[in-house]
Design a protein around this ligand. Sequence first.
Ligand code: FDA
Length: 301
Amino acid sequence: MRSFFTFLAHNKPLKKVARKTGLTLGGSHFVGGQTVEGMVDQVKVFNQMGMGVTVDCLGEEIEGTGDAKETVKLCYNAIHAIHEHQLKGQISLKLSSVGLELSEDIAIHNMRNILDEAKDHDVFVTINMEEYRNCGNIVDIFSKLRKEYDNVGIALQANLYRTETDVEKLDKLSPTIRFVKGAYKESRDVDMDDKSDVDENYKTLVKNNLLKGNYTQVATHDNDMIDFVKQLVAEHKIPNEQFEFQMLQGMRDEKQKELVEEGYNVVIYVPYGPDWYTYFMKRLAERPANVGFTLMSMVRR
Ligand code: FDA
């Protein structure tokens, strides 16, 4: 199942067709919108439920500087829409979507433009973490940008051995860090193969970051992680202003509402852009239960 959907995710002709057909196949369960209008409507729904959002400006597997510029435009549109509609929102993006694999200089140039625009409109920007081969570059570029901007954060992956050192290295910058377990399968020498090791490392990283006083984005759907953080913040009297729970759109809707009702800050990751198809196929590859949602929503149409 995983390899089937991974194959579909990377299929260029299907990607092109999906751009033309718009959000179909039940994709709207996991994707906020292909257009800025669709995204704004979805964000308003989350905001009305008491949740913030981080709009993920999708730019999957770009091929040249033209595609990178398209991602920058997508980010500008999201920033302007958040400002204009007074949405409770931030944005997220991958450095590869603004040219990291073309040249570091292009990616940094594009990020400075996005961060300037975001700063002018009071919007926070998080840099997603990607495959291990790009991890070092992403951490270094974030470091550089963090020295120039206070509206930028980074996602770090608990499945990687290097993350503990990255956190130590970044500590002097008082960074906002989004901790995730890690979505990419890497080689055993860099990636913790055992899920229980990843879970333990996740807890340790989040705990250390919170106790240092850094703002922490706890991005997980896992009850064990969530309960651990609830207990930790209660024990150490860590205020709500220092952390938030984050979940992907379409995952654990009931849990999202429950956390809001309990008084926690909850932020939903809302993917947006014409490249919805690749993101959607990757979610299906990751979790077979998501295929069920998709089939149900196709039947309901
Ligand atoms: P995990 O998949 O380990 O599941 C643990 C348990 O949680 C399950 O056994 C089940 O009990 C429960 N659970 C999980 N999903 C559920 C569901 N849908 N319904 C019911 N129960 C469920 N990755 C990356 O490499 N780079 C990045 O930049 C990001 N960014 C990012 C942002 C945000 C906001 C989130 C939430 C996630 C990411 N990720 C990511 C993805 C992340 O690395 C990871 O792959 C997924 O979040 C899955 O890990 P979990 O911690 O959610 O639980």
